[in-house]
Design a protein around this ligand. Structure first.
Ligand SMILES: Nc1nc2c(ncn2[C@@H]2O[C@H](COP(=O)(O)OP(=O)(O)O[C@H]3O[C@H](CO)[C@@H](O)[C@H](O)[C@@H]3O)[C@@H](O)[C@H]2O)c(=O)[nH]1
Ligand SMILES: [Mg+2]
Length: 194
């Protein structure tokens, strides 16, 4: 935070239950050089990581299906979302995080993952940055059933499907999750499965 055109005046907590919603008051020097006062809300839910698991010889990818209540409140009839495996960073780095989440959610223990980019997913209101990874999986890496942690009530279904089918689920509307669409398109553009 080193922009001389921004002076943070106040940071008030509006809600601090599971994650934290703040109201930020700041002065901003506009392009005419005048200072204006702005108020913006920022939702801090930490940072996350996501991964596309792919298998070249079978031309398949691993995705998950789970209930996402916010989507249910906003037009998603069943509330279920098909997504790439993803999780929130604890105290670990993004690479360790995504390996741990991969094992918990999908049951695959992957040793090699590659970071492709990092993205602010909703920069007008959410502080979160997501670190994107890709990684190859194979049958012999399966160490448990996956499904997520019971005590977190994750109830995650693991889906293995042809890469081409997953790509078609974007225009059909069956996949509507931004990180998943970005990963599938990255794989297509960069010929990951060829
Ligand atoms: N009790 C309670 N649990 C919550 C609450 N909000 C989230 N949780 C639980 O916290 C756990 C977080 O699971 P992770 O696998 O670590 O994160 P994620 O929800 O999959 O997040 C990933 O996907 C998000 C959506 O695309 C991303 O925003 C995020 O960065 C990450 O990639 C889930 O079990 C979720 O139900 C809450 O308000 N109350
Ligand atoms: Mg998750």
């Amino acid at each position: 935070m080193t922009n001389p055109k921004i002076k943070i005046i106040k940071s008030e907590i509006l809600s601090d239950n599971w994650y934290t919603l703040r109201k930020i008051t700041y002065d901003y020097q506009n392009k005419e050089g005048n200072w204006e006062t702005h108020y913006r809300e920022a939702y801090d839910r930490g940072n996350g990581a996501t991964i596309l698991l792919y298998n070249k010889s079978n031309q398949t990818v691993i995705l998950t299906r789970q209930l996402r209540i916010p989507t249910y409140l906003n037009g998603n009839e069943t509330g279920m979302m098909i997504e790439a495996c993803a999780g929130l960073l604890d105290t670990d780095n993004a690479e360790d995080c995504i390996k741990r989440e991969t094992e918990e959610e999908t049951g695959y223990r992957v040793s090699e993952v590659r970071k492709i980019f990092e993205v602010y997913m909703s920069p007008g209101s959410v502080t979160e940055i997501i670190y994107f990874f890709v990684g190859e999986y194979s049958k012999d890496m399966k160490v448990n059933e996956g499904g997520g942690l019971d005590h977190e009530q994750e109830n995650i279904e693991v889906l293995e499907m042809p890469f081409e089918k997953a790509l078609q689920m974007i225009p059909s509307g069956e996949i509507k999750d931004a990180k998943t669409i970005m990963l599938l398109q990255y794989a297509k553009i960069n010929n990951l499965l060829i």
